[in-house]
Design a protein around this ligand. Structure first.
Ligand code: SF4
Length: 427
C-alpha cells in the first residue's frame, strides 16, 4: 500500500470505572469507522489515547507514567488525554511533557475531528469548556467479548456529596431516552450479547433527558420494565444504585423478573448517621437496612454488594465501630472498601479533624477482612443450590470463569461448550 494511503493506527488505555470503559469502547469503534486501525496499548501506534479517572488516587502519577512509556517507545506518536481528570485539571495535564491534546468532557466524542487539526510538535492544545456548559448525552457500550456488555444509559450527577468530584468532571444528570436504550439493547442482542450491565453515574436518577432538564417524564423503573421485554437479552444487572433511589417497586419488580438478576450493588459509604450527614448523603442507615431487609425477604438468594469509604474527616473510632457493627449485622455478600482521600474543590476539605493516614489504612484492612468473611459466608449459604452461570469465552491458562445469577464467581477447567453460554451449575 502506498505510504500516503497507509491507515493511521490508534491505541487506547482506560483508567477507572465501567462507564469509562464503555466510553473508550465506543470512541474506539468510532475511530475504526473513521478508518483508523486499532492496536493494543503496548504495541506501536500513531495515536495514543488515555481516558482518565478523577476517582483514582494517583490519576496524575499514572498519567505521567503512561505518557513517559509512550515517549520512550514511540516519541513521534500523538498523545491525547481525555476523561474526568482531563476535565478537572486540563492545564496540569497539558504541562506533562509529551502530551499533544487534552480533551474535556464535551469533546471526547469528537476525537476524530480534533486529530485532523493536530501534528506532533505543535504546542499542546486544550479543548474543554466549563462543566456547567456540558450538555447532551453520548450513548456508549463496551463490546470486548460477546458475553457481557456495559451499556451507559445515564451520565452526570445533581447530588452534592461532600467528598465527590464527579459532578465537576461529568456535569449535570442527563440520560438517554428509553426508546434509544431499547434500540441499543436490541442491537446488542443481535450481536449475541447475553448480559447487559446498566451503567451510569447516578443510575437511579435516570429520566432527566439529554439536556438534564426534562424531569420525570421517564424514570428508572419505566426503563427497567421496558428492558425486561427485549427478546434475546437473557440477563440484566443494575451496576449500582443509590439506596434512596432504589424504590420498593424496583425491588418487587426484580424479584419477579426473569431477566433482571437477583443482584444489587448499593453504596452505603458509612454506617454512622452523623458521618452520612457530613458526607451529604441523602439517606440514613435505617433506610439502607430496610432496603436490604426487603430484598432478602423477597429474594433470600440475592447477592448484595456495598460501597464504603473509611477515614472520612471527623470519623471517630466510635463511628467506625458503628459502621463495622452495622455491616456485621447486615445480610450482604461483599464490600468494596475505599480509603478517603482529599480532593480539590470539595466541601469535605473543610471538615475536621482529618483522620491520620495510618488509621485510614487500618480501617480499610478491617473492612476488607469483614468483606472476605461476608463473601465466604454468602457462598457457603448458597452451597448445593442449582444456579445459572454465564461463562466467558476466554481460555485463561486452561481455566474459564463466569458468574451465577446472584453474582458468585465460578472458575472451572476450560470447556469450549460452556464458552459464552448460560449453564446450570451446582454451586
Ligand atoms: S451520588 Fe454522590 S458520590 Fe455518587 S456521583 Fe453523585 S455526588 Fe458523587
Amino acid at each position: 500500500m502506498p505510504a500516503l494511503l497507509k491507515k493511521r493506527s490508534i491505541a487506547f488505555h482506560t483508567l477507572g470505572c465501567k462507564l469509562n470503559f464503555s466510553e473508550t469502547s465506543t470512541i474506539s469503534r468510532m475511530m475504526e469507522n473513521e478508518g483508523f486501525e486499532k492496536r493494543q496499548f503496548d504495541d506501536l501506534a500513531d495515536v495514543y489515547v488515555i481516558n482518565t479517572c478523577s476517582v483514582t488516587d494517583n490519576a496524575d502519577k499514572e498519567c505521567r507514567q503512561l505518557v513517559r512509556r509512550i515517549q520512550r517507545k514511540s516519541p513521534e506518536s500523538l498523545v491525547v488525554i481525555t476523561g474526568c481528570y482531563a476535565q478537572l485539571k486540563p492545564k496540569e495535564i497539558a504541562e506533562i511533557p509529551g502530551v499533544d491534546l487534552v480533551l474535556g468532557a464535551s469533546e471526547k466524542f469528537n476525537l476524530a475531528q480534533h486529530l485532523l487539526e493536530l501534528s506532533k510538535g505543535d504546542s499542546t492544545k486544550i479543548s474543554s469548556c466549563d462543566i456547567e456548559d456540558v450538555s447532551g448525552f453520548n450513548a456508549s457500550y463496551s463490546l470486548n467479548d460477546r458475553t457481557r456488555t456495559f451499556l451507559k444509559v445515564q451520565d452526570g450527577c445533581d447530588y452534592t456529596c461532600s467528598f465527590c468530584t464527579i459532578p465537576q468532571a461529568r456535569g449535570k444528570s442527563r440520560s438517554d431516552s428509553i426508546e434509544n436504550v431499547l434500540r441499543h439493547a436490541q442491537e446488542l442482542a443481535s450481536k449475541g450479547v447475553k448480559e447487559i450491565v446498566l451503567t451510569g453515574v447516578n443510575l437511579g436518577d435516570f429520566g432527566k433527558g439529554a439536556d438534564g432538564n426534562k424531569k420525570n417524564e421517564e424514570n428508572f423503573f419505566d426503563l427497567v420494565c421496558a428492558l425486561d421485554e427485549v427478546e434475546g437479552i437473557e440477563r440484566y444487572r443494575i451496576s449500582s444504585i443509590e439506596p434512596n433511589l432504589l424504590s420498593d417497586e424496583i425491588i418487587h419488580f426484580v424479584a419477579h423478573s426473569k431477566r433482571f438478576m437477583p443482584h444489587f450493588h448499593i453504596p452505603l459509604q458509612s454506617g454512622s448517621n452523623h458521618i452520612l450527614g457530613l458526607m451529604r448523603r441523602r439517606y440514613k442507615r435505617e433506610l439502607y437496612a430496610e432496603k436490604v431487609a426487603l430484598i432478602k425477604q423477597l429474594m433470600p438468594h440475592c447477592g448484595i454488594g456495598v460501597d464504603l469509604i473509611v477515614g472520612f474527616p471527623g470519623e471517630t473510632e466510635e463511628e467506625f465501630k458503628e459502621t463495622f457493627d452495622f455491616l456485621h449485622n447486615l445480610d450482604i455478600s461483599y464490600l468494596h472498601v475505599f480509603t478517603y482521600s482529599e480532593r480539590d474543590n470539595t466541601h469535605a476539605l473543610n471538615i475536621h479533624p482529618v483522620v491520620p493516614q495510618h488509621t485510614r489504612h487500618e480501617r480499610n484492612k478491617i473492612l476488607r477482612n469483614l468483606s472476605y468473611m461476608k463473601s465466604q459466608y454468602f457462598a457457603e449459604q448458597q452451597r448445593g443450590q442449582n444456579r445459572k452461570v454465564l461463562f466467558e469465552g476466554y481460555n485463561k491458562n486452561m481455566m474459564m470463569e463466569g458468574y451465577t445469577d446472584n453474582y458468585i464467581r465460578v472458575v472451572t477447567p476450560y470447556n469450549p461448550a460452556f464458552a459464552n453460554s448460560i449453564v446450570d451449575w451446582t454451586v
